[in-house]
Design a protein around this ligand. Structure first.
Ligand code: NAP
Length: 295
């Protein structure tokens, strides 16, 4: 009751201030009030959905032939998203495509190529401009664990070219389409090593730190065009990338993780759905590491 009285007298007071300033009528104040509430999307009478359905959206996913990228494609297809799968291994990409749920008027596609090749992105422009792309997921990545001083320059270059330049070129090509249509969401996949570092991971850690920096810069640059840019920062996830770890390295890692296990690709895919759907998510740096970053 008190709250109600306070609320109505507060609004009367606001109306008086507005009238004395603009010498206008209460009616014009009311119009101004309700218009600004509408534009801010905060009006109780006009609630905006916080996380609209992803059904009918289209998405380009790099690194979709296996692991995290493939799982994101499976999950997005379940949500009704049309997927364009990108990777180098044609056979695996078509294998994943055949697994994807197909809804009405959905046509998943495969594009074979190397994300680190600048000419690949020139070719992708045609693909991108055929149709509006609502979501871009940059999951393609390679890793080589070896100390910097014994790693060949060509290996260093491969890691930076794939992980950082590949992500940057994808953002550049697809981001232009999104800006032109004033809407979209980019989800990059970095790594905890890009925030914490770790022995034998100089090139990989540098490339993933670059992906986090790129995400932050683009979140600022593209936000006003209604293009949201976010990054998922996984710790250890059960994929081919961690398959090659020695049993000692694996148990050491598991021991260090507060949840005492590696993550599943489906857990990363769940976060990708959140980032794609939540319309206020911009510049999220989303750790998914079982708590390892707390150590
Ligand atoms: N697994 C983890 O523990 C972990 C932790 C932190 C971050 N990550 C990051 O998560 C992302 C996915 O990793 P993952 O674990 O799913 O690895 P993965 O199973 O090894 O898959 C890597 C994917 O990237 C693609 N790829 C690699 N180089 C490419 C290139 N030059 N052009 C196009 N596609 C390329 C591969 O496809 P093709 O071989 O068919 O080209 C494959 O689909 C990576 O960016 C990785 O750095 C993984």
């Amino acid at each position: 009751m008190h709250a109600l009285l306070y609320h109505s007298s507060y609004r009367r007071c606001l109306a008086r201030i507005a009238c004395s300033r603009c010498h206008g009528s209460h009616l014009s104040f009311k119009r101004q009030f309700s218009r600004s509430a509408f534009l801010n999307g905060h009006s109780a009478h006009n609630p905006e959905p916080i996380a609209p359905s992803l059904k009918g959206k289209s998405c380009i996913i790099t690194g979709a032939s296996r692991g995290i990228g493939a799982e994101i494609a499976r999950r997005f297809a379940k949500e009704g998203v049309e997927c364009i799968l990108v990777g180098r291994n044609e056979k695996s990409l078509y294998g994943i495509k055949d697994e994807l749920i197909v809804g009405d008027e959905m046509e998943h596609r495969v594009v074979v190529g190397d994300v680190g090749d600048m000419d690949f992105w020139k070719g992708m422009k045609k693909e991108v401009y055929q149709k509006k792309v609502h979501i871009l997921v940059n999951a393609a990545g390679v890793t080589h664990y070896s100390p910097l001083f014994i790693t060949s320059p060509s290996l260093l270059e491969e890691v930076l070219r794939t992980n950082l330049m590949g992500t940057m070129m994808a953002c550049r090509t697809v981001g232009k389409n999104m800006m032109a249509s004033r809407g979209g969401c980019i989800i990059n996949v970095a790594s905890l090593l890009g925030m914490k570092g770790g022995k034998g991971s100089a090139a990989y850690a540098a490339s993933k730190a670059g992906v986090i920096g790129l995400t932050r810069a683009l979140a600022a640059e593209l936000g006003e065009k209604n293009v949201r840019v976010n990054v998922i920062v996984p710790g250890y996830v059960e994929t081919d990338m961690t398959e090659g770890m020695s049993s000692d390295a694996r148990s050491e890692a598991i021991n260090a993780i507060p949840l005492k296990r590696f993550g599943q690709p489906s857990e990363i895919a769940h976060a990708a759905v959140f980032l794609a759907a939540n319309t206020y998510a911009n510049n999220c740096v989303l750790n998914l590491d079982g708590g390892l970053s707390a150590i």
